[in-house]
Design a protein around this ligand. Structure first.
Ligand code: 3Y8
Ligand code: NAP
Length: 243
């Protein structure tokens, strides 16, 4: 019987956790501890960084973990890189549960940039009303473009903000298109800045942007080393059975 570590924090990780709990398989769900009240899970939960690769290796040994499913977000690149390194050292099997990147469809007006820095650079120019829907952790990068009026959406109420001219909505996804459309109309949004998260929980703003004719600045995902990538809970269960 596998003893599984789920690196969580996403809609897909939560679906996997439920399936694993239903099977009664030994597993632990891991959060980084980024938000005040992470969603409860039907599995034992650990919260907080492991303390780097060596401490992750120690965790794997101490807890006799046989399999890791990295079901973190596509932008959680450091966690994913650490999992690759640690699983090789600890001889623990590793697979990634991921979701396809979003692709523009008819009616979309997207401009792709490779990373957060390029997104900041792309915001040079006259003041605009921008829905900066990239969370909290990289807001300081956008202080280089203070001329805009930003609408921020944050999971937790923030402390001091690095942007002089902004409105804050405190909300967590998954989000609905009608709500995002009303939010963007209320704030007169002229541009949406988004990570290419993929999945369903964050795409409402993109569908709302299309219906409003608002352009999107789409930040592409960090490139990660080759790993076993799985696209569904069923594929993970099959992998656990056969690996
Ligand atoms: C702590 C754990 C579910 C899963 C919920 C998904 C969907 C809704 C949409 C917008 C974009 C953003 C952000 C977002 C979404 C899901 C999923 C997703 C984007 C929680 C959660 C944790 C986090 C961390 C948080 C980050 C932030 C990013 C907000 C739980 C709610 C912007 C990513 O304040 C902070 O420090 C927030 C940090 C990492 C990115 C950032 O740079 O700020 N997620 N989000 C996880 C941990 O501690 O390990 O409570 O559920 C999970 C979810 N957020 O079905 O309920 O699967 O992606 N999360 C982005 O896509 O750009 C919001 O507003 O439109
Ligand atoms: P990151 O930058 O890749 O990771 C930085 C460090 O945070 C890691 O090295 C690790 O610390 C710790 N960490 C990250 N995820 C962890 C997890 N699930 N369990 C234990 N420790 C974890 O990660 P991030 O982008 O901040 O993402 C943090 C969490 O938010 C993840 O659960 C991710 O799935 C979720 N999330 C992120 C985004 C996003 O946009 N980045 C969006 C939605 C959800 P140590 O080195 O000390 O082990």
């Amino acid at each position: 019987m596998p003893n599984l570590l789920i690196l969580g924090g996403t809609t897909e990780a939560n679906a996997l956790a439920q399936a694993i709990a239903d099977l009664g398989m030994p597993a632990t769900y891991s959060y980084a501890g980024r938000v005040d009240k992470p969603r409860p899970q039907p599995l034992p939960v650990r919260v907080g960084g492991f303390g780097g690769i060596d401490r992750l290796v120690a965790y794997l040994h101490d807890n006799e973990i046989t399999h890791i499913v990295d079901a973190t977000h596509p932008f959680a690149a450091q966690m994913s890189r650490n999992a690759i390194e640690a699983s090789a050292v600890a001889q623990t099997k590793l697979a990634v549960l991921t979701r396809p990147a979003w692709a523009a469809q008819a009616g979309d007006d997207w401009r792709h940039v490779p990373d957060i820095g390029a997104a900041v650079a792309a915001l040079s120019g006259d003041p605009r009303r921008i829905f900066l829907a990239v969370g909290r952790m990289h807001l300081a990068d956008f202080a280089a473009q203070p001329q805009h009026h930003y609408l921020l959406r944050l999971v937790d109420a923030p402390g001091a903000l690095p942007l002089p001219n902004c409105d804050v909505v405190v909300d967590r996804g998954p989000f609905a298109e009608a709500d995002d459309r009303a939010l963007m109309q209320r704030h007169g949004i002229e541009l949406v800045v988004s990570k290419n998260a993929g999945g369903t929980g964050a795409r409402a703003k993109l569908d709302a942007a299309r219906s409003l004719g608002v352009p999107v600045l789409m930040i592409d995902r960090p490139v990660l080393p080759q790993r076993t990538e799985l696209a569904s809970v069923a594929q993970v269960l099959d992998w656990l059975d056969h690996s």
